[in-house]
Design a binder for this molecule. Structure first.
Ligand SMILES: [Zn+2]
Ligand SMILES: [Zn+2]
Length: 262
């Protein structure tokens, strides 16, 4: 429904996998506009989508993706976290990869009269990026996927005619209306495909890769263990096999030390 096939299938076809869409409506798993609230984590949501698609298509392999878009931490920068999941019931494993981007174009603003300013439309990446219009009067339906100036103005005028006192205009974050999300979805799919090429040294299951990190590099100033990364931990997507990568023994910056920089 959201044009993700062309983003995901090129990476998967390098593995010899033929990806085709499953006829399900994934909006029931939650939407960005909040008309269907998403209750589970992105991983769980992606997994539920893949499972539903596998049921509908009667396959033992499934793929799905899920985006999580919002402000992370204290900085007012919007992060786009894209998860792509692969379910393999023949081999018996589930593997997900994520890609993060801060280049997503999003904007949301309210009007109390008239039509949007060109500056706001530019910030929203319109008309390349789609917009959503909602009135504070519940009688008027939300309009999504607007890419045309004339349609945008018509929808907003209609809100005023129906007695709105405030109209909210915001980015339509669905993948087929948000081109700045699309490279990140493709990147997550690429990471997933690359990881599927690596097999577990213990059980030969595909999907061997980074599963954790070990912190605790010594502080350059006081030599106590810090929060800085000491090593990567690689693991299997099916069995409990784990391997710690090369240790980074370089002294850590005192800014990562709880004693020197509490
Ligand atoms: Zn220290
Ligand atoms: Zn294994």
């Amino acid at each position: 429904m959201h044009g993700k096939l062309e983003l995901i299938s090129p990476s998967m076809s390098t593995l010899g996998l033929d990806v085709f869409p499953s006829p399900i409506d994934t909006d029931v798993f939650g939407t960005f506009t909040g008309d269907v609230a998403r209750r589970a984590s992105p991983f769980e949501t992606a997994l539920a989508k893949a499972r539903e698609g596998m049921r509908a298509a009667s396959t033992t392999l499934g793929l799905a993706s899920e985006g999580s878009i919002g402000v992370q931490g204290f900085l007012p920068i919007v992060a786009d976290v894209e998860t792509v999941i692969f379910v393999d019931d023949d081999e018996g494993f589930v593997l997900a990869e994520t890609a993060v981007s801060h280049h997503i174009v999003t904007h949301s603003w309210t009007l109390s009269q008239g039509l949007p300013l060109e500056a706001d439309l530019e910030r929203a990446g319109f008309p390349n990026h789609g917009l959503i219009v909602r009135s504070d009067r519940k009688a008027v339906d939300i309009t999504k996927g607007i890419h045309d100036h004339k349609e945008l103005n018509r929808v907003i005028e209609h809100c005023w005619e129906m007695g709105a006192t405030q109209v909210t205009v915001e980015s339509d974050l669905r993948a087929h209306h948000c081109p700045s999300r699309r490279p990140t979805i493709a990147e997550a799919a690429r990471k997933l495909a690359n990881r599927l090429l690596n097999s577990c040294p213990s059980c030969d299951c595909p999907g061997w890769g980074l599963v954790d990190i070990v912190r605790g590099r010594e502080c350059a100033q006081c030599a106590l263990p810090t929060q800085a990364k000491l090593a990567d931990v690689f693991g299997c997507s099916r069995c409990s096999a784990r391997e710690t990568g090369a240790l980074n023994t370089e002294p850590a910056d005192p800014s990562t030390c709880e004693r020197c920089n509490p």
